[in-house]
Structures are given as structure tokens and as C-alpha cells.
Ligand binder design. Structure first.
Ligand SMILES: Cc1cc2nc3c(=O)[nH]c(=O)nc-3n(C[C@H](O)[C@H](O)[C@H](O)COP(=O)(O)OP(=O)(O)OC[C@H]3O[C@@H](n4cnc5c(N)ncnc54)[C@H](O)[C@@H]3O)c2cc1C
Length: 398
């Protein structure tokens, strides 16, 4: 019987793991199933572009995985039973169950309303395609002069506010940030950000913790209220509750705690990658929810699984940060160079060149999903069953 590997979620990280494993292991030894709710790859890093009406190139999984041996199962994951080693799924034909020998959990994240009153009812979000399309429809229906408030001064908030202001200069766009605008950036980076934001006519509310969202305004902790025909909520991501409902060791937020090989610290036959995982990165800091760290983590997970199944040497893919790439509309950008553990250094790239750089990074990320070996030769190795049994026994007795 073939070793059954099930990968949950075909976002940036899950799709890489599945594709890379398929190029590392022999088809007669493993059955790799990739479960995803949607039939095509979603470039999540471009959801602010979708929200303002830009159309992205379709990337159907059918084409992406053609000839690789990865079997795509279009279904919604509704639960995982790590004791019985099964995954519950639901699709148009009803509910079903899939059994695994190795599970890779990569369900990503969604928006995080953070329990702020009125947010779930009134705010729009861009953490995924359905949210971005809903916002797109709403923005298209706005008349000149109407107010849009983007809540959140992180990378997603900056990208959303500038994209909306650039695409719809007739709207009154503002940005509410909890601390100072871009206060984690270098002085040069911050200066450039202020210049672009000012040039686009965006009003910035600093030190503005939003405490409530209503249909026509947002309330700020210090008593201010900002008029908003549309509120776009970008204040962080939250993971899906599926992992938390299992006996896997998870953080308070529900991310699966993994070791340096992205293997669950509580269940050796489960791996987790991307936003759904809590792995330590450089400087002993948890990896941030991002493609920047999720992509190398996915390579690490795939190579570790392959090594354990084939008796190869465990990989040590370096995971570190190089830069934060921020689009500021289509014509402007900011590349903030950072230390290995993600702290800003002096160097930045700005302007048109930074916009082009960011565009190449987004294109590269999608290309990397379809080409998870980066052009290296495909070498499928034989699964060594005794190795798998021995590894499981060692883990169980640890
Ligand atoms: C607007 C925006 C801009 C961003 N910009 C950047 C950036 O510039 N740089 C950067 O590094 N990061 C950026 N990010 C963050 C980045 O997109 C995420 O960290 C990354 O997508 C995480 O990858 P993932 O594979 O863990 O999850 P995802 O890419 O979210 O993939 C999860 C997959 O699981 C599927 N799924 C989820 N639940 C289920 C279910 N129950 N059943 C079946 N399938 C399911 C989803 O459909 C999806 O295909 C941005 C995010 C957003 C929203």
C-alpha cells in the first residue's frame, strides 16, 4: 500500500509542499492528495488589487499539477481527527472522510475582527478572495466624495489604503493606525511612506485604536469618530479553528506548534506550515504570518518529510527575512530591508523601482508555487518502509 500524504490547503505553502513532495518521492510509493476549497490558486498577496477592480491571471490547479501525480480534491475541510488519522471533508456530493499516514496542515488564515463590536456586521476585509470581491462590489458602488476608512497600519492596511486611494482619487480615503504610521520602518522608509500617503490625499489617524464599527462611522478609543461609508478591516489575521478542536498542541490563537522541520511537537505524523503554524524563526521569534517565511518553511517541511520517508539526511533550509516589500498603489512602492529577524535597517528602495520590484516578488511567489524545486532536477526517491516505522517508533518513545 502507498504511503498516504494529505495536504490541507493549496495556498502559497500547501501547494508548494504537495508539488515538492511529488517531485521528491516515487509515485508507486506515495499517494499525495491536496485538498482545497477552490479550484484555482489564489494570489492572496494581491487581494487589495482585486478589491479595486483589477483582474488577476487565473491559475487553475488542474494546469499547475498536471502530470505531477498530485491528486487534487476539491472540498472544504471540516475537521481533523489526529487519533484516527482522518480528515473530514465536505463537497457538493456531501460529507466524506480521507485517511492519512502523514498530514500537512496548511489552511492559512482569515481576517481577525478581534472582537471589536460591529466589525463582523459592518466591516469589509481582504484576507481572502470572497472578502475582496465583496469589497470590490461595494467600492464600485460608491459615489465621489464618500468616505473609506482602512483600519490597520500593518503591511496589508498600507497596501489597501494606497491602492484604493490611487484607483479612486474621487473617494475620501483615511487610514486609522494604532501607533504611529510605519513606526517600525527606518527613518527613510517612514519619510517615503508619508510622502506617498500625503500625495494620494489619504488622511492618517495615528494612535487611533478603533473600538467600534458602525454602518457609517468608526469609533476611536479617545472619543473621536470618523465617518465611513465603508470600513476596511486589516488589523491582523486569525487562523481557522479546525486545529484548535483537535488534540494537537496549539498556541492560544490556534496555530499548530511545530519544530524546526515543521513537524507538530505533539503528533509526529502531522506537519504544519504557513499562517497555520507556529514555528520559531531567527532571533528566537515566532515566524510572522507571511509568504516571506511561509515559503522556505514549506520547502523545509516537504524536504523533511521526504528525508524521513526515504532515509535521507534531514534538511536545514535557512529561514530568515531579507526585506518587507510594500506596494503603495501600482506606481509606488517601498522595499524596507531588514535583519534576519525582521528588524528594519537603514537601506530602503522607493518609488517606481520599488513598485516594479514588488510586482516581480508577487510574480515570483506565484511562479515558485508552480515550480517548487526552482528548476532543480526532479529526483524521485524510494520510500524506505523500515525507516518510516523506525522514525515513528523513536518519536513515540520520546
Ligand atoms: C492583501 C494581502 C497582502 C499580503 N501581502 C503580503 C506580502 O506582501 N508579503 C508576504 O510575505 N505576505 C503577504 N500577505 C500574507 C500572505 O498572503 C499569507 O501569509 C500567506 O498567504 C499564507 O500562506 P498559507 O499557505 O499559510 O495560506 P493561504 O495562502 O491563505 O492558503 C490557504 C489555503 O487553504 C484553503 N482553505 C482554507 N480553509 C479551508 C478549508 N476549510 N477547506 C479547504 N480549503 C481551505 C484556502 O482556500 C487557501 O487556498 C498578504 C496577505 C494579504 C491578505
Amino acid at each position: 500500500m502507498r504511503h498516504r500524504i494529505i495536504v490541507l490547503g493549496a495556498g502559497y505553502t500547501g501547494a508548494i509542499v504537495a508539488g515538492r513532495l511529488a517531485r521528491r518521492l516515487r509515485r508507486e510509493d506515495v499517494a499525495i492528495t491536496l485538498v482545497n476549497a477552490e479550484p484555482d490558486f489564489v494570489e492572496r498577496v494581491r487581494m487589495h488589487q482585486v478589491a479595486v477592480g483589477q483582474d488577476l491571471r487565473p491559475r487553475p490547479f488542474g494546469e499547475m499539477f498536471a502530470g505531477t501525480g498530485v491528486e487534487l480534491r476539491l472540498a472544504k475541510v471540516t475537521g481533523v481527527d489526529v487519533e484516527r488519522k482522518t480528515v473530514a471533508v465536505a463537497d457538493a456530493s456531501g460529507a466524506g472522510e480521507l485517511a492519512y499516514d502523514t498530514l500537512v496542515y496548511a489552511l492559512g488564515s482569515g481576517w481577525n475582527a478581534q472582537g471589536v463590536p460591529g466589525t463582523a456586521e459592518h466591516a469589509y476585509e481582504i484576507a481572502g478572495r470572497p472578502g475582496a470581491l465583496r469589497l470590490r462590489e461595494r467600492l464600485a458602488g460608491l459615489e465621489a466624495g464618500q468616505a473609506v476608512v482602512v483600519v490597520g497600519g500593518g503591511l496589508t492596511g498600507l497596501e489597501a489604503a494606497t491602492e484604493i486611494a490611487e484607483a479612486r482619487p474621487d473617494l475620501d480615503v483615511s487610514l486609522a493606525v494604532r501607533d504611529g504610521l510605519g513606526d517600525w520602518l527606518s527613518p527613510k522608509g517612514r519619510e517615503h511612506l508619508w510622502k506617498v500617503v500625503g500625495g494620494l490625499g489619504i488622511t492618517v489617524y495615528e494612535h487611533a485604536a478603533v473600538t467600534g464599527v458602525e454602518a457609517d462611522r468608526v469609533a476611536i478609543a479617545d472619543g473621536r469618530a470618523v465617518a465611513a461609508a465603508v470600513t476596511v478591516w486589516t488589523a491582523g489575521f486569525a487562523v481557522h479553528p479546525i486545529a484548535k478542536a483537535t488534540s494537537l498542541e496549539v498556541t492560544g490563537a490556534g496555530q499548530i506548534v511545530v519544530d524546526g522541520t515543521m513537524r507538530s511537537v505533539s503528533h509526529p505524523d502531522v506537519y504544519a506550515v504557513g499562517d497555520a503554524a507556529m514555528a520559531m524563526g531567527p532571533g528566537g521569534k515566532p515566524l510572522r504570518m507571511s509568504c516571506a517565511s511561509g515559503t522556505p518553511a514549506a520547502w523545509q517541511a516537504a524536504d523533511a518529510i521526504a528525508a524521513r520517508l526515504t532515509g535521507g539526511k534531514l534538511p536545514n533550509v535557512p529561514i530568515r527575512y531579507f526585506n518587507q516589500c510594500i506596494s503603495l498603489g501600482r506606481k509606488e512602492g517601498l522595499i524596507q530591508y531588514v535583519t534576519a529577524d525582521d528588524r528594519a535597517v537603514r537601506a530602503v528602495l522607493t518609488g517606481r523601482l520599488a513598485a516594479v520590484y514588488k510586482e516581480l516578488v508577487c510574480k515570483g511567489a506565484a511562479w515558485g508555487v508552480a515550480n517548487p524545486l526552482f528548476g532543480l532536477p526532479v529526483r524521485r526517491r524510494r520510500v524506505v518502509r523500515e525507516r518510516v516505522a523506525a522514525d515513528a517508533a523513536v518519536k513515540a518513545s520520546a
